[in-house]
Design a protein around this ligand. Structure first.
Ligand SMILES: Nc1ncnc2c1ncn2[C@@H]1O[C@H](COP(=O)(O)OP(=O)(O)OP(=O)(O)O)[C@@H](O)[C@H]1O
Ligand SMILES: [Mg+2]
Length: 420
């Protein structure tokens, strides 16, 4: 990968990069079109890029949770760096990035709209006011309130923290005693970079039945353009661990009028209009219902799966929109199906050895990456989620959904983990 030539048209600031396995695809595609200047770091935490270096023309270590600190960092950029747009796909930083872009007069979503997505209670309130179909949801501040909410909604219910991510502390509850455990799990969990605290910080929600899908959209010029439908696989009940996603070229749900109405209605309800989004839906027996709307590019390599199936390049579209241009949403030839799977250990362990048995990996594997390293503890739900739980991931392409899933089973069997 060659270093892109800085262009006279200006630079794209990317706020936070996250892990290579999850976000290298963004840097690969965007750096071929825009010179990237990376902002990395957290509160009181200086940071240096590593895997990102081949893709960026420069970087600044700054508290990327702090819009004012980032504005000062923009002022301190070398004279030849002209900021043309700002992109952020890190859930903890989307509000700060939107504030930064807004104060610089760059294309951006309204920071209040982004906050309405970031805070699941504000999302629910906005969708409710607009009549967008979703789960009934109540914010509670005590176990007694949680029990009363569960009884009012009716079992089963889902309890979740109001503003975390990656399914931390999200649990299904089928009875009063389940609610007690789920309330404790949702209330106890914190993530070091989520600074906001709400007294009524736990949501009790109606359990939405049916298949789970997500829809990723490009939003610009007053248009909400759905681009990728991914079918989500979850596991480890009563928790909701992300197991994988499957994308099919020409998925009829992309043009399903009822789904499109919910997608567009949800965006209008929160007021999000500029950038890429990730909307999670359950296809319930009563129709599509919103789980949540993320004001950012999806995780789980979903935009990359979309691209593998011939869909528009949403990662590039996010950058293009951030720079005030109209994204290219045309489709190309691709695989009929692309899918990702996360691989988890059979039980909690500390990793001794971890590798893929290369001879056992199917030829359809596009990418296979280890997600943890020797010496690291791995904890399954309810003790851990996401990066605390997984060992590895693989992406495959194929002719059919069942063929992709068979190949992903084989890729999972090729993961070798030896406990320390
Ligand atoms: N009301 C609900 N009914 C049924 N399932 C739900 C409900 N709310 C959440 N879930 C399940 O839990 C998962 C995680 O919930 P949610 O998306 O609200 O939290 P999150 O922490 O933002 O998770 P992630 O970042 O993994 O999307 C959902 O993808 C879905 O599978
Ligand atoms: Mg979610």
């Amino acid at each position: 990968m060659s270093v892109p030539t800085p262009s006279d048209d200006g630079h794209l600031i990317v706020v936070s990069s996250l892990g290579a396995a999850h976000r290298r695809t963004f840097f690969e595609t965007v750096s071929a079109h825009y010179p990237i200047w990376l902002f990395v770091g957290g509160p009181g935490r200086a940071q240096e890029p590593s895997w990102e270096l081949p893709y960026v023309v420069g970087h600044t270590s700054v508290d990327t949770l702090d819009a004012d600190a980032m504005r000062a960092a923009v002022r301190a950029l070398p004279e030849h760096v002209r900021v043309r747009g700002i992109v952020c796909y890190d859930e903890a930083r989307v509000v700060a990035a939107a504030k930064l872009a807004t104060t610089l007069g760059l294309p951006a979503p309204d920071p209040d709209a982004v906050l309405r997505c970031r805070d699941k209670h504000l999302t629910r309130t906005a969708l409710d006011a607009a009549g967008v179909p979703q789960a009934q949801s109540l914010a509670v501040r005590s176990l007694d309130e949680a029990l009363a909410a569960a009884q009012k909604i009716g079992y089963p219910v889902v309890l979740k923290p109001r503003n975390l991510a990656a399914s931390f502390g999200v649990t299904r509850a089928d009875s009063d005693s389940d609610v007690a455990a789920a309330y404790a799990a949702a209330g106890e969990k914190t993530l070091p970079e989520v600074l906001e605290h709400h007294e009524d910080g736990v949501l009790v929600e109606e359990y939405l039945d049916g298949e789970e899908i997500s829809i990723d959209s490009a939003c610009f010029d007053g248009r909400i353009e759905p681009q990728v439908v991914a079918h989500k696989l979850v596991g480890y009940p009563p928790n909701f661990l992300e197991m994988g996603h499957t994308v099919s070229a020409g998925d009829p749900l992309l043009n399903d009028p009822e789904v499109r109405e919910v997608v567009i209605g949800a965006h209008r309800a929160v007021g999000f209009d500029t950038g890429a989004t990730h909307l999670e839906l359950k296809l319930t027996s009563r129709g599509p219902r919103v789980v949540e709307l993320n004001a950012r590019l999806a995780g789980g390599l979903i935009p990359y799966l979309g691209r593998l199936t011939g869909g528009a390049d949403l990662e590039l579209a996010a950058a293009t929109i951030a720079c005030g241009e109209v994204p290219d949403l045309s489709r190309t030839d691709g695989a009929p199906v692309a899918a990702i799977r996360y691989f988890y250990p059979p039980h909690d362990l500390v990793v001794g050895e971890l590798y893929f048995d290369g001879s056992a990996l199917p030829a359809s594997v596009e990418r296979a990456e280890l997600l943890t390293a020797p010496g690291e503890p791995v904890r399954l739900p309810p003790r851990g989620s996401a990066w605390e739980s997984y060992l590895a991931q693989a992406v495959v392409t194929g002719e059919t959904v069942s063929g992709c899933h068979r190949d992903l089973d084989a890729a999972g069997a090729a993961v070798v983990v030896v406990p320390a």
